[in-house]
Design a protein around this ligand. Structure first.
Ligand code: MG
Length: 400
């Protein structure tokens, strides 16, 4: 069980719930980091008294420093600060809930420093899965999933005596706010509509990823690395009620599922208290109130991102880093109003055609692929997506 933690991304949805779990179970907090939320980080510093607090920029770090001048907490900023928080000596576990592949370097720093990882930052594994898993193995540390689907699989696997008997993983997907729609019907989707998730309350990036179903594609890749299961043995089933959080199937066709109310506190707490379980202040699952559970095939035609993630995984090497980098940029541009909803899928899919894919040998291979994908996404948006057009535009042919 975790005794002392460093929380990267402590002011987001996962971060704040993590601190509630820490407060309840007496887990000490060594470091907290936030991107921009100075005010909330100040409150957290006063409550949890970490040795280190990190802000995204120098400017916000200066602001925080003034706010908490009367405390003993040291203030740092930027990527270096994140890595410092990730490797702080007093912590035994680093929970990483930052958004995007910016989490990759600090995760590697934490592993290098011998910390166990509670992973809520899926882009880290999507971009640099082979590097992270190898580093974890070399250092003999554990990576505990916080993502609800992966926590569900992890919980189901507790009864697995021999992984050779495991046949497949079945990840459930809520289907997001646009379940049942065709690509054409999604042409005029607004940011507000895309941010309205039916079952989960989450940050903006992951909510858009859920609406495009990129989130599920990222989760298939995440599962491939976490559980070392071939990607062809990882299936997706759309399950609208978000009651079954995922399942595993054995070679005798027996299926084990993990169920619960859709509340991230259960997976967060299990990652921190593993292998033990404790009471958790979430609602009890009343199946008679749920009434029925429904299941559907995912729609790979409408949700191009989902298909692109499968494609990236099959391509191997830096392809998943490319798809992720293109998506991170595309989501930002959609939220800014620069591109339309369906453009996200076109950009992610297109990045796999036009950005060079190489084997992953070093961190630089991943970082370069990510940078190239971001550049591609920006160029593509600027040149080929005037605001009134929608999808189906031919890809530029001159990029080699
Ligand atoms: Mg998830």
């Amino acid at each position: 069980m975790t005794e002392n933690i460093s929380v990267l991304g402590s002011t987001g949805s996962i971060g704040t719930q993590t601190l509630e779990v820490c407060a309840k179970h007496g887990i000490k907090v060594s470091a907290l980091t936030a991107n921009r939320s100075t005010e909330l980080l100040e409150r957290q510093v006063r409550e949890f008294k970490p040795a280190l607090a990190v802000m995204g920029s120098e400017e916000s770090a200066r602001d925080l420093k003034v706010r908490i001048a009367d405390t003993d907490t040291k203030v740092s900023w930027g990527n270096e600060g994140l890595c410092e928080a990730a490797s702080i000596e007093s912590a035994d576990t680093v929970l990483t809930a930052v958004v995007g592949m910016v989490g990759l370097k600090p995760t590697l720093a934490a592993i290098e420093a011998g910390k166990n990882i509670a992973l809520a930052n899926k882009e880290t594994l999507v971009a640099g899965g082979s590097l992270v898993m190898k580093a974890a193995k070399d250092k003999g540390i554990s990576i505990y999933p916080v993502d609800s689907e992966h926590s569900a699989v992890f919980q189901c696997l507790q009864g697995c005596r021999d992984k050779k008997q495991l046949k497949r993983l079945i990840l459930t997907a809520s289907g997001g706010p646009f379940f049942g729609k065709t690509a054409e019907e999604l042409c005029d989707v607004t940011v507000e509509q895309a941010l309205h998730h039916p079952n989960w309350s989450m940050g903006a990036k992951i909510t858009i990823d859920s609406a495009t179903m990129m989130n599920k594609g990222l989760e298939v890749i995440e599962a491939r690395w976490l559980f070392d299961v071939p990607v062809d043995n990882i299936d997706i089933v759309v399950h609208r009620e978000s009651v079954i959080h995922s399942m595993i199937e054995y070679n005798d066709n027996s299926v084990i599922a993990q169920l619960g109310v859709p509340n991230m506190k259960i997976p967060i707490q299990y990652a921190l208290t593993y292998p033990d379980r404790y009471p958790c202040d979430v609602g009890v699952l009343d199946l008679t109130k749920v009434g029925g559970l429904t299941f559907y095939e995912p729609d790979y035609d409408t949700f191009k991102c989902l298909r692109a993630c499968r494609r990236a995984m099959a391509m191997g090497g830096t392809a998943t880093a490319v798809a992720n980098g293109a998506n991170e940029t595309a989501v930002k541009m959609f939220l800014d109003g620069t591109i339309r909803f369906n453009d996200i899928g076109d950009i992610v899919d297109g990045s796999l055609d036009f950005v060079e894919v190489k084997p992953v040998e070093t961190l630089d291979d991943v970082l370069n692929a990510d940078a190239a994908a971001r550049e591609f996404a920006e160029y593509y948006a600027k040149s080929f997506f005037p605001p009134k057009m929608c999808g189906g535009i031919p890809l530029p042919t001159w990029i080699d």
